[in-house]
Design a protein around this ligand. Sequence first.
Ligand code: PLP
Length: 370
Amino acid sequence: MSIPFLDLRAINGRMHDEIQAAISRVLEAGWYIHGKEVTAFEQQFATWCGGGEVVGVGNGLDALVLALRAAGIGPGDEVIVPAHTFIATWLAVSAVGATPVAVDVHVDTYNLDASLIEAALTARTRAILVVHLYGQLADMDAICALAQTHTIAVIEDAAQAHGAELHGKPAGAWGLAGCFSFYPGKNLGALGDAGAVVTRDAGLARQIRLLGNYGSQKRYEHEVLGTNSRLDEMQAAILQVRLAHLAAHNAQRSELAARYLTRLAAVPQLGLPAVRDGMKPVWHLFVVRTTARAALQAWLQQHEVQTLVHYPCPPHLQPAYQGRIAPGAPVPVTEQLADQVLSLPMGPHLSLSQIDRVCDLIIQFFAGQS
Ligand SMILES: *Cc1c(COP(=O)(O)O)cnc(C)c1O
């Protein structure tokens, strides 16, 4: 039994007829940019996000960049970012000319450690760009309270957290803006690149629309130096199909994660993801920690179980950032995670018996180690 990490062909294949119908609808309409499919998806996704206005954009990185730009963040400003994240979080800050300031994370939730933020604030800090990594929200109560005290903005990188909630409040609804990616492998994935920003600030939404459409609201009138970053009709039509299945897919992920958590609790050598009170994760990834990562990964591969590492090298150690950021506070947890994290197969393409197979193999591996 071969167990793939992710199988988009299988996941999208089950929606084949619905996706085909969505594509035909766009083809028949003959209208491909800024039309009724985008408007319909924006409205449906806004409901999903607990209200506000959704602006479709080209991809998740653009969602972050446009939200930061619309919030007036630019050269000379500092933005707090988690040290442990996908590099897009940092690149968005760099893209607007601001400086990312790394703060370490909790070893068990993998998300920003709010108690370390205060020490990283300076007179130049303008925002906290918080990431809801692997499908769980960061400690938003503490982070939002801190931001309010210091009158700085909170912007959410919710690219891995479509539908995740903390105390019943969804990802994207906490900060000034919530930024989503619909990259094919995300919980809500398009058949190509796509992204969106959700915000309750109508002025900010207008500014993001403007920036993403050549700085123009009225054809050939350009109010600001904009760019081209638009969600297209084809992806918006496909995303409506995927959105209709998102609750079921997230529920499936939860069932698989519960099985992993129950069965792997028997392996003391393995660090499991912690779920704080009030959290409803959507398990974009199921990430464990082990000092025997390379050997465990090889053992699983040998038994046709595919795993991945998210992420083997944190942004501050990437060649791209050498000489570009001031050495900040040390981030020992992030550096430990880079050496120890392993993402197990997760997604609606998997069955509970496949999860059991992965757990059996992991238990066997560690039994052989001791
Ligand atoms: C995927 C991802 C992004 C970027 O999204 P793209 O659509 O690939 O540009 C940003 N942040 C995080 C945490 C992500 O996982």
